[in-house]
Design a protein around this ligand. Structure first.
Ligand code: ATP
Length: 301
């Protein structure tokens, strides 16, 4: 009998693996109109993450022939550091994250993790090493427990609960009559943007990747939710190499380094204080966003 079920088991595994991959990528990269273009090189070894150093070396990339979106990016992110990438809309911030996940191959240069060119290792091992908290989390039409648990194959109920605690959503889940068995999605409980993001954070805590990409929500969360999520995010960034794709600046103040991308090039980098002092692009963006915030706050009064 077990002979009979083995292929089914295998199918189930393939299905789960593909589905997880699709959800992880689809959430961030809008898979629908994109085809998988990259392939493993023959006999590619698995990525071996020892320290978690991420390095972009002369990276050039464009979606269309003749139009480079990234025009020579040199960037080293030391193990455990948090680097925030900011810049105007269309500057190439999300593209940089997609490149690290090797969603596309480059037109020039290379990306390495602990000295290994990511185009020369298996995609499966690369993607296992990187956790993504996307802007808009896609949840399965299933229980909240399931939605957290698929961060790690075979996670126990206790591990799921610990991850939910880490993401500060355990209290909310446990206050519901069915707890972790509460269904979410179209036919179940509707979660707010902030709650969905916490589920994604819990999932990522369970996956426990050495490298993290946070794609900060563009849609405005209310300022209390934003402050709460920021605390949680800081907790998961600890001890991991993190890239924060920041569409707003309020979240980047505490990053170890801020990189300003404009027109596919790094035009400035430094800490928040250094960049304000430099009175360049970042300082201008900061002043403008502060003014906008104040205007919104005044209008709300
Ligand atoms: P935002 O802050 O608005 O999200 P961003 O800095 O993250 O912007 P990217 O999403 O990296 O910008 O896009 C950079 C450029 O690449 C844009 O001009 C965009 O139109 C283009 N682009 C993004 N995705 C694709 C795609 N799948 N195919 C073709 N061009 C794309």
């Amino acid at each position: 009998l077990s002979q009979l079920f083995r292929p089914l088991d295998m199918l189930g595994w393939v299905y789960r693996t593909i589905r997880q991959g699709v959800i992880d990528m689809g959430a961030m990269f809008d898979l629908i109109d994109t085809r998988a273009e990259v392939q493993d090189v023959p006999n590619a070894p698995a990525l071996d993450v020892t320290r978690g150093e991420v390095r972009f070396e002369g990276v050039r990339f464009g979606y269309d022939k003749g139009r480079d979106i990234l025009k020579g990016i040199d960037l080293t992110i030391l193990p455990g550091q948090t680097v925030a990438v900011v810049g105007p809309s269309g500057a190439g911030k999300s593209t940089l994250a997609r490149i690290l996940y090797r969603f596309y191959d480059l037109n020039g240069g290379r990306v390495t993790i602990d000295g290994q060119d990511i185009s020369q290792v298996t995609q499966a091992s690369l993607r296992a090493a990187i956790g993504i908290v996307p802007q808009d989390t896609v949840l399965f039409n299933d229980t909240v427990g399931y939605n957290i648990a698929y961060g790690r194959e075979g996670a126990t109920a206790e591990q799921v609960a610990a991850a939910a605690r880490g993401a500060a959503i355990a209290g909310f889940i446990e206050s519901m009559p069915n707890g972790y068995d509460t269904r979410v999605g179209e036919r179940g409980l509707k979660l707010s943007g902030g709650e969905k993001q916490r589920v994604a954070i819990a999932r990522t805590l369970l996956k426990d990747p050495p490298i993290l990409i946070l794609d900060e929500a563009t849609s405005a969360l209310d300022s209390r939710t934003e402050a709460e999520i920021l605390d949680t995010l800081e907790a998961i960034e600890r001890g991991r190499t993190t890239i924060v794709i920041a569409h707003r600046l309020s979240t980047v103040v505490n990053a170890d380094r801020i990189v300003v991308l404009e027109g596919g090039r790094i035009v400035e980098q430094g800490t928040h204080a250094q960049l304000l002092e430099a009175r360049g692009v970042y300082a201008e963006m900061w002043t403008r966003q502060q003014a906008e915030r104040e205007a919104v706050a005044e209008a709300a009064e």
